[in-house]
Design a protein around this ligand. Structure first.
Ligand code: PMP
Length: 454
């Protein structure tokens, strides 16, 4: 009963993110009631393993008492503090210092945001300011990658290269450009690492020339692994090669680690996998494990110094009411402590098991490719392995696969026409990982038997 009335209220009032509004009204909301560890319980009492950690964010798992206590204690002590007017709170200061200490190289300056989208927005503002301050205001063109996702603000949606975020919204702007994705499984240049890397380097050089040369280009954005585009993993050496080209061309390199940060791929940051130091890095999600909203821009000393000296005595006019919220910062500090005290290690162990388990699905007739790193993975489905034929879009395979997995007690992300996405909490046990794989296999078997899909 409760659930029915909630469904009605939802249908009438809540505008959901990235949804077909009419489709959602028809289908009705699935109400989630509670969660512990990697298991969530819906309003009917059904239990499911959350193979997607909410929205790639609940890295520590749900219902962690120490995180709850950190938030409650901070709310009692100092529920809010602004960073304006030269003020600040202890947790915000400590979290900035901890992030500076743990992040690669000279990423020692931290600007706090509410999430990933405004972290991306902040980088665009800071980068424009930086290029002006160093006397190169004509460097005002931005390049990102097809199938990339950099948030849903107007500026970020323009850097994002997924059509649904553009259609009807008047973006991208004419200063926002894209190069093709490395998408190894379907790369026209071939799938060997050398071919994929060479194609991306050539594409970036060509795009830079096309927009007027390096003198016009401010920055290049990439995710170390493209997340919302379908967990597209570049070959080893790709990130490093792109970073080096940006250095050569005097273009700022922005690593968007909103998904890959905080242990998702193994180390604290995926940039460590390639031993690179970006000029700016965006983080969110795992920073607070999704318990409260928070994101951040990590900025190199070099970029910071140019902005600070350029502004001189004037204020740099960029700020949010809830930037560096003390409750979020207190949660962030506790979550960092958990990463140090076993969560990263468990994530690496569970990630190896997840990748091996999903790889064992490779012999299934519907599986074209299994890819990923650590606790970030995808299974791409095809109807013909040799031709790599995607599942027919007319049969709405993503929704059907999501629903089938749900029925079997598994939450996954189902992209477009048949890519399954995985980002489980890093706290998963062996048996939870095994259940994710088994329930996926059962979902695939049922999908194979569906005449609409074949
Ligand atoms: N960048 C990347 C790589 C993301 O995956 C996301 C969110 N999925 C964002 C930015 C935007 O973050 P948020 O949803 O917190 O605004």
């Amino acid at each position: 009963m409760l659930s029915n009335s909630l469904i009605e209220l939802d249908r009438e009032h809540w505008i959901h993110p990235v949804a077909s509004y009419r489709g959602h009204e028809k289908a009705g909301v699935r109400v989630l009631r509670s969660a512990k560890g990697a298991t969530i319980t819906d309003a009917s009492g059904k239990q499911l393993i959350d193979g997607f950690a909410g929205l790639w964010c609940v890295n520590a798992g749900y219902g962690h008492d120490s995180i709850v206590e950190a938030a409650a204690n901070q709310m009692r002590e100092l529920a809010y503090a602004t960073g304006y007017f030269g003020l600040g709170s202890e947790p915000a200061i400590r979290l900035a210092a901890e992030l500076a200490e743990r992040s690669p190289g000279d990423l020692n300056r931290v600007y706090f945001t509410l999430g990933g989208s405004d972290a991306i927005d902040s980088t665009v503002r800071f980068i424009r300011y930086y290029q002006q301050a160093r006397g190169k205001p004509q460097k005002d063109q931005f390049i990102s990658i097809e199938q990339g996702y950099h948030g849903s603000s107007t500026v970020g949606a323009g850097l994002t290269a997924l059509p649904v975020f553009h259609a009807g919204f008047g973006v991208p702007y004419d200063w926002q450009h894209k190069i093709p994705s490395h998408y190894t499984y379907r790369n026209p240049a071939g799938s060997t690492p050398d071919a994929v890397i060479a194609a991306s380097l050539a594409a970036l050089r060509a795009k830079v020339e096309a927009v007027g040369g390096a003198e016009r280009v401010a920055a290049f954005y990439c995710e170390p692994i493209q997340g919302s585009g379908g967990v597209l993993v570049p070959p080893p050496g790709w990130v490093k090669a792109m970073r080096e080209l940006c250095r050569e061309l005097d273009i700022l390199f922005v690593a968007d680690e909103v998904i890959t940060g905080f242990g998702r791929t193994g180390p604290l940051f995926a940039c460590e996998d390639e031993d690179i130091v970006p000029d700016l890095m965006t983080v969110a999600k795992g920073l607070t494990s999704g318990y409260v909203p928070m994101g951040a821009v990590l900025m190199s000393q070099k970029v910071y110094a140019v902005i600070a000296d350029g502004a001189g005595a004037a204020a740099v006019g960029h700020g949010y009411t809830y930037s560096a919220h003390p409750v979020s910062a207190a949660v962030g500090l506790e979550v960092l402590r958990l990463y140090d005290n076993g969560l990263l290690d468990n994530g690496r162990k569970a990630g190896a098991r997840l990748m091996a388990g999903l790889a064992s699905l490779g012999d299934h007739p519907l599986v074209g490719e299994v890819r990923g790193r650590g606790m970030l993975a995808a299974v791409e489905l095809v109807t013909d392995k040799a031709r790599k034929t995607p599942l027919p879009a007319t049969s709405a395979p993503a929704q059907r696969i999501f629903d089938r997995a749900w029925d079997k007690g598994l939450v996954i992300r189902a992209f477009g026409n048949g890519v399954l996405g995985y980002a489980p909490p890093l706290c998963c046990t062996d048996s939870e990982i095994d259940a994710i794989v088994e329930r996926t296999r059962a979902t695939l078997d049922e999908t194979l038997a569906d005449p609409d899909v074949r």
